[in-house]
Design a protein around this ligand. Structure first.
Ligand code: PMP
Length: 373
């Protein structure tokens, strides 16, 4: 009886997504006692003290109830002020349960069955699966080997069904940052075909080059998604925001009312404090980690020097697939993620260098030995 129900109860849409790639890594990881772990996609530092105190204070003050669906006005106001270059009004900002919450609300509000969404490959893994489960079709634009958009390729990928271009700069998993010029070209194409851009800017503080702007400053039909997870190491606290055209934000609020209801109240209040915190020294230390890792590996592997986030997307040695490489790494006590989790290709692996330097040194040594050089 049980297995009959199991076979018939699950909605068809669930077969459109799978998590086998990541699961395989976790299965391998569980065998290791004390691995050199360069797989986790989150900062290695803890939430700064001031922000923790603000969260505790919010609980004590009794700010524990539902908030407005759109989020507390104080936080929206502060975001508006801090994001003034984007010229977003208060009604055009909502607070979400992380960028993940924002992505879900945006895709659900926009995608009809069969609508196409352009996604640059390599991509943050959630895009592909969320688009699919909602009935959309991710159309991948291959960005190897530079990990930047070729405008021609984007134009070729556009069809009558294209509704959205998803942009993620700085990018997970490549660390690529789009320059102002590249964003301008992309905006021109989006404008020409009247396509919305969703700009996932969750790593926007983790930028190690000068020439970096938000595409929202260039193209008004942009929905910006951003959050507190990475900058303040609040990944478990689930706080983000969305800013963009009011006609879209209104729909997303409507849906939030019947799904997430609101982002966690105490975290919204702590978010006010987080926005006062200057993460500059942490970003500087991540730039040093980027350099340490890059310099340790550049003579051994084909790597593009990342300009942002805290990842490197490294080519496996010739003739070795990503899964073969990752299995070998695991046998040598190192955890990294196979590139095919983030891509339609299987030629790379992802390193996350958000770790203590002593862990990075160990990782470099193991990787050098696995490089075949
Ligand atoms: N976008 C990207 C590119 C990410 O890397 C992540 C987290 N790994 C998210 C969104 C989700 O972040 P959040 O914790 O805000 O849901």
């Amino acid at each position: 009886m049980m297995s009959n129900l199991m076979n018939s109860a699950i909605a068809d849409r669930m077969s459109l997504i799978d998590s086998s790639g990541i699961r395989k890594v976790f299965a391998l990881a569980s065998k290791l006692k004390n691995p050199v772990n360069l797989s986790i996609g989150q900062p290695h530092f803890d939430v700064p003290q001031e922000i923790k105190k603000a969260a505790i204070k919010s609980i004590q003050k009794g700010l524990n109830k539902y908030t407005l669906t759109q989020g507390i006005p104080e936080l929206r106001e502060k975001i508006k002020t801090q994001q003034k270059e984007k010229n977003i009004s208060l009604e055009e900002i909502m607070i979400t349960s992380g960028v993940s919450g924002g992505l879900m609300l945006a895709f659900m509000s926009l995608i009809n069955t069969g609508d196409e969404v352009i996604v640059f490959d390599p991509y943050f893994v959630m895009y592909k699966h969320l688009i699919r489960v909602i009935g959309g079709i991710p159309v991948f634009v291959d960005t190897y080997p530079s990990f930047n958009t070729s405008v021609d390729k984007v134009e070729q990928a556009i069809s009558k069904k294209t509704k959205i271009i998803v942009l993620n700069s700085p990018c997970n998993p490549t660390g690529a940052v789009y320059s102002k010029g590249q964003l301008k070209n992309l905006a021109d194409i989006a404008k020409k075909y009247n396509i919305l851009i969703i700009s996932d800017e969750i790593y926007n503080e983790f930028v190690y080059v000068e020439d970096s702007v938000s595409i929202a400053e260039i193209y008004k039909n942009t929905l910006v998604l951003n959050g507190f997870s990475k900058t303040y190491a609040m990944t478990g606290w689930r706080l983000g925001w969305a800013g963009g055209p009011k006609w879209l934000i209104d729909e997303m609020i409507k849906l939030q009312q019947y799904t997430f209801v609101c982002a966690p109240s105490i975290v919204q209040y702590a978010g006010l404090n987080a926005l006062e915190y200057n993460p500059g020294h942490l970003i500087d230390s991540y730039k040093e980690k980027r350099d340490l890792m890059y310099n340790g590996l550049k003579d051994y592997f084909e790597i593009l020097k990342p300009e942002g986030a805290f990842y490197m997307f490294v080519k496996t040695p010739d003739g070795v697939t990503d899964e073969e490489f990752v299995s070998e790494a695991v046998e040598n006590n190192l955890l990294v993620i196979p590139g095919s989790v983030f891509s339609e290709r299987n030629t790379h692996f992802r390193i996350c260098y958000a770790a203590e330097n002593k862990v990075l040194y160990k990782g470099i040594e193991i990787l050098q030995n696995l490089s075949g050089k």
